[in-house]
Design a protein around this ligand. Structure first.
Ligand SMILES: Nc1ncnc2c1ncn2[C@@H]1O[C@H](COP(=O)(O)OP(=O)(O)OP(=O)(O)O)[C@@H](O)[C@H]1O
Length: 326
């Protein structure tokens, strides 16, 4: 049975149940079952070809599923309600932008399509262009835009009608570091202050902790891990780890730590890492090292990140695949 993300205390804005897409004899997505609560940010991660884009297209009803069901805002998505439900959703990758029109004109068309109040639309367009850092290029033709500017405009277009649920596919891929940080800040404000629910596909793992509440990791079309970020990290690394930077012979320091009941790992840079049942054990360990004449230069808590979790999970999946082949 597929794992399921549960976000306690929040109504589910999006649910998928056994969602699948087959192309010939290949499963692009298989048995996708998840739930995303109101105001949560769900990071959908996975290697190239894992099925992220296909999943987003299935979840937004842009692609017919081979099997399974999608629920948006508590209603099963179907031909009878798709356009009404999709009006409450923003999708960054919905369609191409019009290259022969300006940024402002592109947004005006989109605003009309999504029934943004005509009187409010000009002000709202200025607002989103400002928020996405495009105000000074509002009247430039999109065909003259750089890749990063087009990407910002696609996000501006997706948020224009103030959707309750926002799907983003690699929104920072073509942005410079400063623009990427600004976009993450903006998304965070939408989620934290505006209560928007976000589903984000990305390969940019660094700093995702600042944005994502929940994760799903897709490998070969299957969700191999899903849940709240904190729970996933705590389940995989239940004991706190520490990095000890010591002087003298690290092997001698390792023996002292082992004698004190720890299980040190000697890193290639000469530092030692050790997992301890609780932080309370650190002072006794340092005291044992000092008593043995080992100078302790630093004790740094190791906090596993989403990047660590991603690589560990993808490696596990690869190992399972190898085992199954053997
Ligand atoms: N129209 C299609 N016809 C046949 N196969 C397809 C089609 N679209 C996607 N696929 C296959 O489905 C799988 C998942 O593709 P998808 O684009 O969803 O992956 P992804 O995780 O978004 O990849 P990336 O990170 O590279 O963008 C791939 O094996 C891909 O070749």
């Amino acid at each position: 049975m597929a794992a399921e993300t549960r976000t306690a205390g929040a109504a589910d804005v999006l649910r998928a149940d056994g969602l699948a897409k087959r192309y010939g004899d290949r499963d692009a997505v298989a048995d996708l079952t998840l739930a995303v609560g109101t105001g949560r940010a769900f990071g959908l991660l996975g290697p190239n070809g894992a099925g992220k884009t296909t999943s987003v297209r299935l979840l937004t009803g842009l692609l017919p599923a081979s099997a399974g069901r999608v629920e948006l805002f508590g209603e099963t998505l179907g031909p009878g309600n798709a356009s009404r439900l999709r009006a409450r959703v923003g999708v960054q990758t919905d369609t191409e932008l019009y290259a022969t029109l300006s940024a402002r004109e592109n947004l005006r068309i989109w605003g009309d399509l999504f029934d943004v109040d005509r009187r409010r639309l000009p002000g709202r367009i200025d607002e989103v262009l400002e928020m996405l850092g495009l105000a000074s290029r509002a009247d430039s033709l999109v065909g003259e835009f750089s890749k990063g500017m087009r990407q910002k405009l696609a996000v501006a277009r997706a948020v224009l009608h103030e959707p309750e649920l926002l799907f983003l596919d690699e929104p920072t891929a073509d942005l410079d570091p400063e623009a990427a940080a600004d976009l993450v800040d903006y998304l965070r404000s939408l989620i934290r202050a505006g209560g928007t629910t976000v589903v984000l596909c990305t390969h940019q793992l660094h700093g995702l902790e600042a944005l994502c509440d929940d994760l799903g990791i897709l490998v070969d079309g299957r969700l191999v891990a899903t849940g709240p970020v904190d729970d996933l990290l705590a389940a995989r690394w239940p004991t706190p780890g520490f990095r000890l930077e010591v002087g003298g012979d690290p092997a001698a320091a390792a023996r002292t730590i082992a004698a004190a009941g720890g299980a040190p790992v000697l890193e290639s840079d000469g530092a030692l890492t050790v997992a301890l049942p609780t932080e309370d054990r650190v002072p006794a360990l340092v005291a044992a090292l000092v008593a043995a004449g080992v100078p302790v230069h630093a004790v740094v808590p190791l906090r596993p990140t989403i990047t660590d979790y991603y690589f560990a999970t993808v490696d596990d999946a690869a190992a399972r695949r190898e085992e199954a082949r053997a």
